[in-house]
Design a binder for this molecule. Structure first.
Ligand code: AMP
Length: 173
């Protein structure tokens, strides 16, 4: 595979948002059109291989990477949003973050039965967020055909929370 341009652009920010957390800042990737486009193309190719019929983006950086993937493949884009942001009839799932807890929601008509969703986020840490997004898809009778992340923090063993699902991470730390 060609060199991953995003690799050298990801910035480590120590002690954000809490002491002891090494935050992986992807904003320099977004500011480099070649690197950003390469990430989206690689995730789109993976989603296509997995037979995706919809792209689910997890708020908020999962939207940034998920929308171009959906457009590239001509697929519906479905938002998994934080608590209280969606206006219409919705379902909720709570999850634990590397720092704190949160709730993710999806409109109850966002997936159709049997539809295959490819779930995108910027980073896999403990896997709690991604697992909650998968539960939302499955409660709406969709299925998760794969997860795509730019970054995986392997030492947090997030894959343990996503057993049985195909997982692609472009960069591992
Ligand atoms: P988790 O549910 O633990 O897998 O956390 C994943 C979510 O939290 C993703 O949406 C990430 O954007 C964010 N996140 C968790 N840890 C970090 C980190 N060290 N650097 C950047 N983002 C993080």
């Amino acid at each position: 595979m060609a060199e991953l341009l995003a690799q050298s652009l990801i910035r480590d920010v120590p002690d954000f948002p809490l002491p002891g957390i090494l935050f992986k800042d992807v904003t320099p990737v977004l500011e480099d059109p070649s690197a950003f486009a390469q990430v989206c193309k690689l995730l789109a190719a993976d989603a296509k291989t997995k037979g995706a019929e919809a792209i689910v983006g997890i708020e908020s950086r999962g939207f940034i990477f998920g929308v171009p993937v959906a457009l590239e493949l001509g697929l519906p884009f479905v938002m998994a949003r934080k608590l209280g942001k969606l206006p219409y009839d919705k379902i909720s799932e709570e999850y634990a973050l590397e720092y704190g807890t949160n709730t993710v929601e999806m409109h109850s008509d966002a997936m159709s039965p049997g539809q295959k969703a490819y779930v995108v986020d910027d980073l896999l840490a403990t896997g709690g967020t991604a697992a909650a997004a998968a539960r939302l898809v499955e409660r709406l009778q969709g299925s998760v055909c794969g997860f795509g992340f730019l970054i995986e923090l392997t030492f947090l063993q997030g894959r343990e929370n996503l057993l049985g699902y195909p997982i692609t991470a472009l960069i591992e730390y």
